[in-house]
Design a binder for this molecule. Structure first.
Ligand code: AMP
Length: 313
């Protein structure tokens, strides 16, 4: 076992109460890595209390629900934060009540907030790192549900094994999971599921996206539009990948109005580094998948101008 896995393993052994937290606005990788890690600890230590805190997302409900956790529990638990780059983006602010936080992540490590940091930004998903941790344990054990959660994390964060950072290890991980008993087809079917309303809204996005001078494709979504199509905020947010694949447009973005004065920018690229531009607007993320929260659609235009400059160069 390499040193860092050993250190984390020792801390898990030492603590009887463990809470796993993630990042705000849950996605498949943060829910997948949280449930996967919880299932590893649960199957290896029957007497430990291990709970996972994450935002409930309808499209991920097949993986399981978050646990109810009292404030006091945070004070005397070991916290393991998965898939979260910075402390201020933790899904659960009560994480700060604990003085024992371990960070497991695959984002650039700009805020190494844990006393142990297992961070590898070359892995396509945090769930991959959790699976590596499992394989490095002497007598590893995990339920099939846990493995399916990890597999979901890898599939969602890698765009079904299509983004950069997918490498031979990723394919070997999925192959190993299939050998260990996951129902791969079931996961794909869950992830493919879509409502008729979403399908109609997809049609709207595909026929109404716009373009900047140098080819950044984008769509601005207001609450009014979502209501008209009867889709939720999260269902609308998920449409970001619909704008991918146009050769002349290697940057694309979806702007989704959450509330008055709060618009979430989801920005993606193919081969162009966008996270530094997002950081200038207070956001961040990966080189090819980043986000920002801004307070107006005018600010979105400023973001678009900056992204357009990247394409111009
Ligand atoms: P999303 O579009 O929400 O899937 O985000 C893509 C990536 O960018 C994820 O790794 C997020 O953690 C990160 N990200 C999204 N929004 C922000 C933000 N406001 N600040 C920092 N990182 C963000």
């Amino acid at each position: 076992m390499t040193n860092i896995y050993k250190q984390i393993f020792k801390e898990i052994e030492k603590n009887d109460k463990i809470i796993i937290t993630t990042h705000i606005r849950a996605d498949g990788d943060c829910v997948g890595s949280a449930i996967g890690l919880k299932e590893i600890i649960k199957s290896m230590y029957k007497n430990k209390t291990v709970k996972a805190s994450f935002e409930n997302m309808k499209f991920l409900s097949f993986l399981g629900s978050p646990d109810k956790i009292e404030d006091d529990e945070f004070k005397n638990s070991l916290i393991i934060s998965v898939d979260n780059a910075t402390l201020d983006r933790s899904n659960d602010p009560r994480i700060q009540l604990s003085n024992k936080i371990i960070k497991i992540d695959h984002h650039p490590n700009k805020d190494p907030f844990g006393y142990i940091n297992l961070v590898d930004e070359n892995r396509c998903a945090c769930s991959e790192i959790v699976f590596d941790f499992l394989l490095n344990i002497k007598n590893p054990s995990i339920s099939v549900d846990g493995l399916e959660a990890l597999c979901t994390g890898i599939l969602t964060d890698s765009g079904r094994l299509s983004y950069s950072h997918v490498d031979s290890r990723t394919f070997m991980t999925i192959a190993k999971m299939i050998d260990m008993g996951i129902d791969y087809q079931k996961i794909i079917n869950h992830l493919d599921e879509i409502t008729k309303e979403e399908l109609r809204f997809k049609g709207y996005v595909l026929s109404n996206f716009e373009e900047t001078e140098n080819g950044v494709l984008y769509i601005k979504i207001t609450k009014e539009m979502r209501d008209k199509y009867n889709v939720s905020y999260d269902e609308a947010s998920n449409m970001v990948s619909e704008l991918s694949g146009v050769k002349e447009s290697p940057i694309w973005a979806l702007f989704n109005e959450a509330h008055e004065n709060e618009i979430r920018c989801r920005i993606r690229s193919n081969g162009i580094k966008i996270n530094e531009t997002c950081e200038k607007f207070g956001g961040g993320g990966h080189e090819n998948a980043s986000g920002i929260v801004v307070d107006s659609f005018e600010k979105c235009d400023e973001v678009l101008n900056a992204l357009d400059e990247l394409l111009k160069k």
